[in-house]
Write a protein of this length. Sequence first.
Lengths: 400, 400
Amino acid sequence: MAKVLCVLYDDPVDGYPPAYARDEIPRIERYYDGQTTPTPERIDFTPGELLGSVSGELGLRSFLEQRGHTLVVTSDKDGANSVFERELPDAEVVISQPFWPAYLTAERIAKAPELRLALTAGIGSDHVDLQAAMEHGLTVAEVTYCNSISVAEHVVMMILALVRNYLPSHQWVLDGGWNIADCASRSYDVEGMQVGTVAAGRIGSAVLRRLKPFEVGLHYTDRHRLPAAVERDLGVTFHETPESLVEVCDVVTINAPLHPETEHMFDERLIGMMKWGAYLVNTARGKICDRDAVARACESGRLAGYAGDVWFPQPAPKDHPWRSMPHHGMTPHTSGTSLSAQARYAAGVREILECWFDQRPIREEYLIVDGGKLAGAGAHSYSPGDATGGSEEAARFAAG
Amino acid sequence: MAKVLCVLYDDPVDGYPPAYARDEIPRIERYYDGQTTPTPERIDFTPGELLGSVSGELGLRSFLEQRGHTLVVTSDKDGANSVFERELPDAEVVISQPFWPAYLTAERIAKAPELRLALTAGIGSDHVDLQAAMEHGLTVAEVTYCNSISVAEHVVMMILALVRNYLPSHQWVLDGGWNIADCASRSYDVEGMQVGTVAAGRIGSAVLRRLKPFEVGLHYTDRHRLPAAVERDLGVTFHETPESLVEVCDVVTINAPLHPETEHMFDERLIGMMKWGAYLVNTARGKICDRDAVARACESGRLAGYAGDVWFPQPAPKDHPWRSMPHHGMTPHTSGTSLSAQARYAAGVREILECWFDQRPIREEYLIVDGGKLAGAGAHSYSPGDATGGSEEAARFAAG
């Protein structure tokens, strides 16, 4: 019988369950490319409930306990005295979410001899040292596509909000003012702008499709070129390099996974090549951007605005400069954990665990590392190596 | 030689001109339907500048003064002692903006014997008593299409922001928190929802086109049905009545002009027919919604959120309930006055004035009332009658 160690974010401060705004969520059976949404044998939760926080337990407890397994759920993930680190040595399965990542560094993997499966309830396995995972024969899986559309919607929302100057304009309402000129003097239309995505995978392509009717110029760069028919259909221009893309774009959105090649890609140099007054939206991973270079560019005006929902480390410290730099539209890491997304990733985790314990194959599209070998999905998105470096900062934050 | 009386909003508190975020705005030559953007003989401003506030003067001063006309610009528009009311009696042309409307009531029109042309620098002539304008033989014109896309972008932005719970999530960042569960427990994806527009004119259709790739169900109601090919292309369902539309929609957006038939359309009764936890976005005119019914529905949870940028009266008093009701995403009336929109409506005003003073015909699509008769564009959008009632509230606010 296995021990499943599940690291989830804290419950809402207003208690659990919350007073939901809506009675139900739309039923979605297939993604854009035809892939089906998760197909577990059954679920023990109601879609639309808060499942991603500790009391929600991803709806897994009765399923696991009926089969004789042990479920440990905690939000305490950073530092040597954390529940996560104490419970890790005899865990067979670790489940974590990108929004509240339990960093599985090489050191931690070395201390977990029973560990076989590292599961992301969401998308993105950069909190796992994939090199170490391969060396230890682990399987690393994520719920591919489960929240790609959630993130794509967040990207479009943030582009519109930055360009149109939404957040400061809303603040004038709260402050009792009617200062239209103050709102308008940083407000533009998106129409006619050049918008580019760094990577055009599931999220990047979904962003491009959603932006097409906005009558903008579309651009992308990626290590995998889109089929010519898709390029034509979207009217999107391919760029061999991020440099070529950023030089012509008014808005840049980052939709690449974090791996050693993308880590700190948007540094002083690349940001310095962007158009004056460009907008940058990063819902991919915080470490793809250089923290201080972004803050300086917002101060100088090189960037007219920066938005996104990914930080490093996570949770972001109270004094993280992206909380206070000018013209930002940040959220905590929430784009992929809407209640709609939670229903899908909880069902996907259930599907993967059903397969795991029944010794049926896990869907290929979910596999990043399969029994120690980089799997198809992993090879498409990741480069060998490790991008967890610096996650000890999180531990310092937890301790401090 | 004519006197042109131009009512514009106040300059930014940070002074004029502002430090612009960007060097330029995209050049747009035609709208979606093929209509050309404004074609004045020349302009005396740089597109992208702040033109809509008093110092900006819509870029008109040198043009008018070189021709020997007088230009009076003021933001002081409400009450009997306002500059507007004092300057009105010998004005031939009045220019006003919807964002800062100079209400041309029947009483004011009666006191302006020289008045011939009431021009909206933007779209929407509901601040003019059209009945009185017709009786006095006035011409009423607006810069049709100039900011329709600006507003459509605002609508999509606000739908995404309400459904995804953007504003409260951003506030957690500013407050130093990482309360993901608090952000997520009111956050949904738009995907799969049913979204309906009340009216599918230039703005409503542009909203539908932009929402189509979000994979939502689209709905509309309008007194003019769209061509069957357009309905098919958008995959949009027609509803004979607003009642039929709101009963099935998760999100409703209002894109109708204000006239006696639409005034207070969204009252207690119609809002009560909406789905529990629906979202309502109104960037059309404040008076299309019953102020207190909206606030009560946000309090009760009938509406999961309300957003928009139109109020009544304008400026909205500091104690207007839409500033403080729960789950709102309001802005001051800014959607149609982005710097991009300003460049177009300033050019459109210039085009109309060039025609007026050169006695050339004004473009048909700009004319609401033409020398006292309801013109083509006016007949399409407006019903005879008056929707300026209650604008004396604005005067009380100005006095108070």
